[in-house]
Design a protein around this ligand. Structure first.
Ligand SMILES: Nc1ncnc2c1ncn2[C@@H]1O[C@H](COP(=O)(O)OP(=O)(O)OP(=O)(O)O)[C@@H](O)[C@H]1O
Ligand SMILES: [Mg+2]
Length: 496
């Protein structure tokens, strides 16, 4: 597919650190965090005007699922906007906690393992044609995903246990995957989840659900992670033959690779060959590069993805991690941990270094260590501040734009509505629930007609220029964002 829809879901870790004593229990803290969400949407599972979904499942790991994006930069901006939304919620929660007589700070961490060893995910969604042969797809994609951690892992300080000394690993998630492919998510955690919920026309498309990835702080790493996966999918979809790297035991392999930061771990294929992760990634990268030179780049960032990919493999193979220690999360974090260990004379088993690992993922832009490094010029970014703040309120130009306008307009008129990825419904008008199955659709006449019934929008719109209308749309979304964060009353209906 030349154009693809992408989405990423991040689950966050949540902690309260009071000045003295124990923090609030996780479920109570999560309720504090989501109080403005519940006040805004009367549910702990809502869509917000930028088209994304905010969600608190059973347990205490809040989730942000980005809107559908058809461009990698939009996807990464939407993901980063989710961190900011969580940060705003944390500040509001902190205020309420203080008002209720508690002390201390609330931490929202975009990582994948908490201090008790529980894991939570960063799930990728890729729209693929239904005609893609699933067996062939998994045969190529699984070895790619098992080894992708060396170019896109978030890195982890692994404490000592009975079997090993404290060490630095490529990945947060690798130890928590239990199966190659299956339809379960919580019970067995497969690398690729086959649950068939396309949120699109099921006759023509599937939504590929990849749940093996680490949450990334670096937007440059995110570009490599999604950009490389999209290229591999394109090649699979085009039926291009790829070397056979199908692994004998993907789950043993993913762990083995993660825990050998030299990149020297060798894993066995079903055919009986042995390869390192670098060799498998190189085999795939060579084929992808040839594919791109034969067919041309399908977006403007392809060259950058290929160059980063090559540089990351060279860094692992040569052991010269300085080649990527501003671009790839695991290497940025490893350098930070090493610097602190050297300065303070600490051994890798010192608990302080595990805390540094956690603090790297703090979404607070003033306190998080990744953000601190970025400010000091020690981490690159592919986004501007403006792109991130815009993504907090403006949906990407896909079906998310239909949803965003639907939500903003209904809210502005005080009309209750419900939406999900596909449906748009005004409460009390059940016959008018509208399905938008095409995730690329930026506009839908039926939804427009439904919204027009809310007021005489049409005659007012006619008198306004397009620019004024889009300004107004942003204003509506901003007002809603304000309401979401402070729990204030919804704004007066604007004159649209
Ligand atoms: N047709 C599509 N193709 C690819 N991605 C899609 C499509 N439609 C929606 N998405 C993306 O899929 C993700 C769905 O997230 P959501 O958390 O709701 O789904 P889920 O993981 O299936 O459900 P749950 O988390 O409740 O188990 C979002 O990021 C969204 O942007
Ligand atoms: Mg989800």
């Amino acid at each position: 597919m030349d154009r693809r829809v992408f989405g990423v879901e991040s689950e966050f870790g949540l902690t309260h650190r009071p000045e003295t004593g124990r923090g609030l229990p996780p479920d109570e803290l999560a309720r504090y965090l989501f109080r403005p969400v519940v006040e805004f949407g009367r549910s702990s599972n809502i869509f917000i005007p930028n088209g994304s979904r905010l969600y608190l499942d059973v347990g205490s790991h809040p989730e942000y699922a980005t809107a559908e994006c058809d461009d990698l930069i939009d996807l990464i901006a939407a993901d980063r906007a989710g961190e900011r939304v969580m940060h705003d919620l944390a500040l509001a929660a902190e205020e309420r906690i203080h008002r209720d007589g508690f002390t201390g700070q609330v931490y929202v961490l975009k990582n994948n393992v908490d201090s008790a060893g529980n894991s939570y995910g960063s799930h990728e969604n890729y729209l693929i044609p239904r005609t893609t042969h699933f067996r062939r797809l998994s045969g190529i994609l699984l070895p790619f995903l098992v080894t992708r951690q060396i170019i896109a892992g978030a890195g982890r300080v692994v404490p000592a246990d009975e079997s090993s000394q404290a060490h630095f690993a490529f990945s947060q998630r690798a130890d928590h995957m239990w199966e190659g492919i299956s339809s379960a998510t919580t019970r067995s955690r497969p690398i690729i989840n086959t649950r068939d919920e396309p949120h699109a026309d099921a006759a023509s498309h599937r939504r590929l659900h990849v749940i093996v990835g680490d949450s990334n702080m670096s937007t440059t790493t995110s570009l490599l992670r999604y950009g490389s996966t999209d290229l591999v999918l394109r090649m699979i979809e085009a039926g291009v033959p790829i070397d056979d790297f199908e692994l004998e035991n993907p789950i043993a392999a993913i762990r083995q690779i993660s825990h050998d930061i030299t990149g020297g771990a060798r894993v066995r294929t079903r055919a009986g060959d042995e390869f390192t992760a670098v060799q498998i990634q190189r085999g795939i990268l060579q084929r992808v590069s040839r594919f791109v030179s034969e067919r041309g780049a399908h977006h403007e960032h392809v060259d950058r993805v290929l160059q980063l990919w090559e540089r990351a493999l060279e860094a692992v193979e040569s052991g010269d991690h300085s080649l990527i220690d501003q671009d790839i999360d695991w290497a940025i974090k490893k350098r930070l941990v090493q610097d602190v260990a050297t300065q303070k004379g600490l051994d890798l088993s010192h608990p302080r270094l595990e805390q540094i690992d956690m603090a790297y993922h703090d979404v607070n832009p003033h306190r998080g260590l990744f953000h601190l490094l970025a400010r000091r010029g020690r981490a690159t970014s592919i986004l501007t501040e403006e792109q991130i703040s815009q993504a907090m309120t403006t949906p990407p130009p896909t079906r998310a734009a239909v949803r965003g306008e639907f939500l903003s307009t209904a809210r502005a008129y005080g009309a209750e509505c419900t939406v999900d990825w596909v449906h748009h419904k005004l409460t009390g008008r059940p016959l008018e629930a509208i399905m938008v199955k095409d995730p690329f659709a930026q506009q839908d006449d039926r939804v427009d007609t439904l919204l027009n019934k809310l007021g005489d929008r049409q005659s007012q719109l006619r008198e306004r220029s397009f620019d004024e209308r889009s300004d107004n749309a942003v204003t509506v979304a901003l007002s809603d964002k304000y309401a979401l964060i402070t729990g204030a009353e919804p704004p007066e209906p604007p004159l649209i």
